[in-house]
Design a protein around this ligand. Structure first.
Ligand SMILES: [Zn+2]
Length: 425
């Protein structure tokens, strides 16, 4: 019997969304949680990721759904005929950033199962196939590229480029998939599968405070800002920290530090976001002047011109500092996602379905976001929409990430309403 289900006298089962949400949430909570940080380390194809995947499969099978893994390792749970076409698909991801929060990803997957339970308890009659998904390797924490599972399916990542992805230990993506028991030889574009989707709706915890500021538990996404990752390699000269005169040094750490400050300045000037959040140093010794400092810039903006301006400004500043200090600089754009406007017809349909269903009596707010999602990748191939659940502090990608239980319940209800409106008679 599924979690949260109870047998009725007629022998059929009844699901209550609150019950099933909470019991699923509690089951998933300890998986991949680091005891010291309290954050999640559910990296793609790791043991914790496999535990999450096993949990997904158990949830699917407990509900009598048809379980599948697609050619790119994404998990699917189908109600109705997977081949019938015009399916309504919902879901998100279960992997995490390093020491990530509990909600980013899992809230969407758990809410999807809970919304199905809610619809079954309402006695909803489905007229379109419904599927729940877990897209693999959304965060890109291990191989440095976000949304690998959905990018591969949508043909936005070539097989050759996927084979080149390596983790910090030099393990290639196909090898990691294989050691996790998945077949890496099948990866690649999956247009037939995407063609079966009539609408994809991803529920996600908000990664900002817009809903907190408007006082709404749930919102609808309008667009995802253009965003990308750039690698800055600053090369100088390794030397002894105790014997090398300051004047004789070619220290790339100094140039890197100046570049970090320039990034902040450029971001403030342009109204964009720019973050150096990851760094690698060689030889990485306490008593050694570095030979190499490699810093990764994450930058996002509401529009393409602003993003171009901020990244160009940061690179220009970095080159000026590097030239002055005798440092060699290489800048490589490692990934880029253009602005995503979610399909207006589907977005408006969600707004219509949810009109008057919330507790506020106001229309559900429609908001843009600086965070990337599988829904953004898929939107190039299928009609796609997103629901956001209020995050009272806006903190995300941190153990402090949070959503209140009542808001999670409101999210499940909204998702159930949307799925009912789209997939039921
Ligand atoms: Zn996410």
């Amino acid at each position: 019997m599924p979690t949260g289900a109870s047998a009725t006298s007629s022998g059929t089962q009844q699901w209550r969304s609150g019950d099933s949400f909470l019991s699923m949430w509690r089951e998933l909570a300890p998986v991949g949680r680091h005891p010291d940080s309290g954050g999640y380390r559910r990296y793609a194809w790791s043991a914790a990721d496999l535990d999450c995947r096993a949990w997904f499969r158990t949830q699917a099978e407990a509900r009598g759904l048809t379980y599948e893994v697609d050619r790119n390792g994404n998990q699917w749970a189908w109600l109705g005929d997977p081949l019938a076409g015009d399916a309504v698909v919902t879901g998100s991801h279960l992997d995490s950033v390093p020491d990530g929060g509990a909600f980013d990803g899992p809230l969407g997957v758990v809410s999807s199962f809970a919304a199905l339970d809610e619809l079954r308890s309402r006695g909803a009659a489905f007229t379109r196939p419904l599927a729940i998904t877990n897209f693999g390797d959304e965060e890109g924490a291990r191989f440095g590229l976000a949304c690998v599972g959905s990018r591969l399916a949508a043909g936005q990542l070539t097989v050759a480029d996927a084979h080149r992805l390596r983790d910090a230990d030099g393990i290639a993506l196909p090898a990691a998939m294989e050691s996790a028991g998945y077949d890496p030889d099948t990866i690649g574009p999956d247009p037939e599968r995407l063609a079966r989707i009539g609408a994809f709706v991803e529920l996600h915890v908000e990664q900002g405070r817009a809903l907190d500021l408007t006082g709404d538990p749930v919102g609808i996404a309008s667009a995802i800002w253009p965003h990308g990752r750039w690698r800055f390699d600053f090369r100088g000269e390794a030397n002894h920290a105790g014997t090398t005169r300051l004047a004789d040094r070619r220290d790339p750490m100094l140039t890197y530090a100046e570049t970090v400050l320039a990034a902040r300045r450029e971001a403030e000037l342009t109204g964009a976001l720019a973050t150096f959040g990851k760094i690698a140093v060689e030889p990485n010794g306490v008593n050694a002047i570095p030979s190499l400092v490699r810093g990764w810039l994450d930058s996002r903006a509401a529009d393409q011109a602003t993003l171009d301006a901020v990244v160009t400004g940061i690179e220009r500043a970095a080159r000026t500092y590097a030239d002055r200090a005798g440092i060699d600089l290489d800048v490589v754009r490692e990934s880029f996602t253009p602005v995503v406007e979610f399909e207006h017809a589907l977005r408006d349909e969600l707004a219509r379905i949810l009109e008057g269903t919330g507790d506020t009596g106001r229309p559900v707010p429609v908001l843009g976001t600086g965070a990337g999602h599988d829904a953004g990748i898929l939107s190039a191939s299928v009609p796609t929409a997103m629901l956001f659940v209020r995050n009272p502090t806006g903190i995300s990608h941190s153990p402090a990430e949070h959503a209140a239980e009542d808001d999670c319940t409101a999210g499940v209800r909204a998702l159930a309403d949307v799925l009912e409106g789209l997939a039921c008679s």
